[in-house]
Each structure stands twice: as C-alpha cells, then as structure tokens.
Design a protein around this ligand. Structure first.
Ligand SMILES: [Zn+2]
Ligand SMILES: [Zn+2]
Length: 95
C-alpha cells in the first residue's frame, strides 16, 4: 500500500515560564512523530527533512505531478510503472 505524505505545520499557544508562546510541530498523514518547536522555521525544517526521508528513488517519483495528481515526493504508480518490464504488472496489485 502506498502511504501518501502530506505534512503540515501546526501551531498553538502554550503557557511557558516566559509567558504565552507559539508552539509549532509537523503533522503528517503517515502519523510520524515530530518534535515541538518554538519557531516555525524549525518545524518547516522537520517537514523538509521528512519529505527527503520518505521520498522514493528518483526513478519512482512523479515526473508530471500536476497531470498525475501527485506530489513531487510521492511514489507515482504511473511514472514508476513506465520503467517496469512487461510481465511485472501483477506484482503491483494493491491490497
Ligand atoms: Zn509522512
Ligand atoms: Zn506520475
């Protein structure tokens, strides 16, 4: 099964010893765990790192994300299968 990653930075107010502060963290559709940060930049860093970690090999990434309704870090079945030898399609049955 293909896991889609759609990480988003979330923020909320939190009471700290310095008073109220914004907290930021990343939530992804894959339910990976992310650290909490006090700056958005660090959360954005986590998000970028996550996308690098989860990205498939270049040959399996989408080369036409808009047409295939993928994100550039998704494994695109359409594009990946272009490199698959005939006869291997049966291995791709979703389940
Ligand atoms: Zn993810
Ligand atoms: Zn594609």
């Amino acid at each position: 099964m293909t896991v889609r990653h759609r990480p988003k930075v979330r923020r909320w107010r939190e009471e700290t010893s310095q008073g109220e502060a914004w907290c930021y963290t990343v939530r992804c559709s894959c339910e990976a765990e992310f650290d909490e940060h006090y700056t958005k930049r660090l959360a954005e860093n986590d998000k970028a790192k996550h996308l690098i970690e989860v990205a498939p090999p270049h040959s399996e990434r989408c080369r036409d994300p808009r047409k295939h309704r993928c994100q550039s870090w998704d494994r695109c079945p359409v594009c990946a299968d272009q490199l698959t030898l005939p006869g291997f399609e049966s291995l791709e049955v979703a389940g």
